[in-house]
Design a binder for this molecule. Sequence first.
Ligand code: ZN
Length: 227
Amino acid sequence: MNTEVTRQVATLRETVARLHRELTRYDLVAWTAGNVSARVPGQELMVIKPSGVDYDDLTAEAMVVCDLSGAVVDGDGAPSSDTAAHAYVYRAMPEVGGVVHTHSGYATAWAARGEAIPCWLTAQADEFGGEIPIGPFALIGGDDIGKGIVSTLSGHRSPAVLMRNHGVFTIGRDARAAVKAAVMCEDVARTAHLARALGQPVPIAPADIDSLYDRYQNVYGQRPPAH
Ligand SMILES: [Zn+2]
């Protein structure tokens, strides 16, 4: 690695370590489950959580650098057992800079039923542009999980997929965006669950979903200053 790449990797080690604390802060993970990764921009590399390490011990130094076949390039520990899925997503979706996986409770309850989350909330229209889709059942180990994520999210507005009987995978332009999608996915899944427990939620008209999504993605929030 040249000096510039070494510097990028050092920064991403800090970022990815820090973002793991968001998974515990928002109660999205139990024990050592869940993981965040970030692509090293312009490189065939990613920074990912080590396997089976307590969240309290996830320092920048503990992160593992892998190539996009999942082979370790730098780091002492074994990478996350979900490394192959993250690597597959980075290989197949060049626009993706961050991937997150959780078994967050409410979202995974929808995954257990194999049921997409219909768009009943404006916050869901904003963030996901419609339903949060279900991906196929896939066993861990090979490329099946990665293939399921990519086939479900390609051409879909949602940055989150509920992999059937498993849990949530989210993507983003960077790791922070993927973490935000994981937090919002669980928030939406919880409210949708509560709404349906109380009766039949009211759908949002597709044209209104389009309008909400467009405004949130293109207008909402702090804009960078124009130069
Ligand atoms: Zn999992």
